[in-house]
Design a protein around this ligand. Sequence first.
Ligand code: GLV
Ligand code: MG
Length: 327
Amino acid sequence: MSFTIVEQATPRLNRSELAVPGSSPQMFEKAAASAVDIVFLDLEDAVAPDQKEQARKNVVQALNEVDWGTKTVSVRVNGLDTHYMYRDVVDVIEQGGDRLDLIMFPKVGTAADVYAVDMLVTQVEDAMGRTKRVGFEHIIETALGMANIDEIARASRRNESLHFGVADYAASTRARTTQIGGPNPDYGVLTDVPEGGGDRDYHWGDMWHYAIARMVVAARAAGLRPIDGPFGDFKDADGYMAQGRRAAVLGCEGKWAIHPSQIALANELFTPPAKEVDKARRVLAAMEQARQEGKGAASLDGRLIDIASIRQAEALVAKADQITAAG
Ligand code: GLV
Ligand code: MG
C-alpha cells in the first residue's frame, strides 16, 4: 500500500442519475417519486437560451417546495464560458435552502475551473452561514477535460464524482458516432482469413473503452465515484444495458438516465447481485472467526481469503447496506 492514503468522497448511492430539464417543472414531482438515486435538475443543455432565467427560478422553487425524500439532489449549472453560470450558482445556494446536495459542472476543462467555482461556492455558503457543504460533480466531456482529468479530480475537497459526457465528448474530439453513447459499427476488428480459406469474422469493439477506463482510474485514484453518462436511444433497453454493463465491468458506479424508463435499468445494473453480497458476508464472517482464533488468514469454500478479497467484500457489503437503508 502506498503511503498516500486516498480519502474517499462522501459516500452516496449513485446507481442511477436522472436528468430533468429545469424548464419542465411538470416533471419534478414524478422525478422525486421515482426510484432514482440522484436527480439532477438541468439548467444547461436541455434548456434553451430564452428559458434559462425561468428555468433557474423553477429549480429554486423546486428545491424549496418539492419533497425529495431521501434522494440526493443536484443542479447542473451552465458552463464557465457562459454568463449564466455565476448566477446559477449564487441563486441555487442563496435561495434554494438546504436541500441542495450537489452542483454539477459541465465541460470542466482544467483544475483552475474547479478552483474558481470552489471559490465562488465557498463565498456564497459563508455569506449564507450554510453549514451543509455542497459537493461537486464534474462532467468530463471535452478533449481538454480528458487531458487534465487527474488534476481536475484532485482540484477540490468538494469533488464527489466524475461523469463521462459522451455526447459532448464526441463533438469535442470529432469522434464519429452514430448515436449517443452507443457503439459504432465502423469500430471493429476484422479477423484474419482462416487457414485454408473461409469467412472472416467481424467483431464490434467499444469505441468508448479508453475514455471510460481513463475516467475510472482518475476518479478512483482521487476517491471519487466514476459515473457513465447518457445513452440516447431510450427505446433501446438492451442497448442501454449492454453499454451500462461494460461501464460497470470497468468500475463505474452508476449511469445516467435521460428518460424515466432507464432508472430501473441503471438500478439493476449497479445493484450487486444478492448471491455476491451473500458470499461477501460469508468472507467477512470467516475472516472474523479466523481473527478470533488468532489466525491471520482464513479459507472459504476451499479457497484462501486474502486481504484484497476482504476489501472487496467490505465494499460490496457497504454498498448493499446503503441500498437497503435507502429503501
Ligand atoms: C452530457 O452532458 C453529454 O454531453 O453527454
Ligand atoms: Mg454535455
